[in-house]
Ligand binder design. Structure first.
Ligand SMILES: Nc1ncnc2c1ncn2[C@@H]1O[C@H](COP(=O)(O)OP(=O)(O)OP(=O)(O)O)[C@@H](O)[C@H]1O
Ligand SMILES: [Mg+2]
Length: 234
């Protein structure tokens, strides 16, 4: 069953279309990577899925519901959470407050969910009274993911969660993403660490200049010579 289906999407910030006829899909339980050079439109694709850009043409379908052009708060209520590439925590709020912000549209008791997130990221529990702005890059990324998980999404959109992190922290973040996926959350991830991302991905898409270039299983893309040469650094 497919959780997300993007079909023939055209979208941009001005009259100019950045995304040109982009299609992709995430099936239930999958991790799907989107890779490609700077400016390819990877972040734009996530923004269009989350409703931050109104597509000019094409469809975004969540499970069986057409959510094309819905506002982000509506999309979030439908089960998609989004972690932006930058500015993805509230620096002047504590960790605990950041997680509470993630749950702002919940009217039920979310303390159990917060406990689950703290057990996924024990360091966040330890530091829950510290301001997010004082944390290391890896810890801030955990806060951002934790915040996004507060709504129990069916699909998590991650934009370069490992950007700017030291290699050891990159592995740690990727391990956390695997663990999140194992709790049943489907994941679409944009990554510069394309090789590492493809290794844990069921499927991958290569975008360039706003268009689909190639797609296939994570393994097939890793073994594709052209992909390796152009997008994985040889
Ligand atoms: N807010 C914006 N307003 C206008 N143009 C934008 C905006 N954000 C991005 N763009 C343009 O859209 C194109 C695609 O950008 P996008 O951020 O989606 O690329 P990307 O694949 O995520 O790149 P990167 O790997 O650098 O993050 C680029 O030409 C960029 O300059
Ligand atoms: Mg980007």
């Amino acid at each position: 069953m497919s959780v997300l289906k993007v079909r023939g999407l055209w979208a941009g910030y001005t009259e100019l279309d950045i995304l040109q006829d982009v299609s992709m899909q995430v099936k239930a339980g999958q991790i799907v990577s989107i890779i490609g050079p700077n400016g390819a439109g990877k972040s734009t694709l996530l923004k269009a899925v989350f409703g931050m850009l109104k597509p000019k043409k094409g469809r975004v379908v969540l499970k069986n519901e057409d959510i094309t052009g819905r506002q982000p708060n509506k999309v979030a209520r439908k089960g998609i959470s989004y972690v932006p590439q930058v500015n993805n925590v509230f620096p002047s709020l504590t960790i605990q407050e950041n997680l509470e912000m993630g749950a702002f549209i919940r009217t039920d008791d979310f303390s159990g969910r917060m406990d689950e997130i703290y057990s996924l990221f024990p360091v966040l529990k330890e530091k829950r009274k510290q301001k997010a702005g004082q944390l290391s890059g890896g810890q801030r990324q955990m806060v951002a993911m934790g915040r996004a998980l507060m709504l129990n999404p069916v699909l998590l959109l991650l934009d370069e969660p490992s950007a700017g992190l030291a290699p050891l922290l990159v592995s740690m973040i990727f391990e956390k993403i695997r663990q999140i996926n194992q709790t049943g959350v489907s994941i679409a991830i944009v990554e510069q660490n394309a090789r590492e991302a493809l290794k844990m991905s069921d499927y991958g898409y290569v975008l360039a200049m706003g268009r689909n270039v190639l797609d296939g299983s994570g393994e097939s893309l890793l073994n594709n010579e052209e992909v390796a040469r152009l997008y994985l650094g040889g």
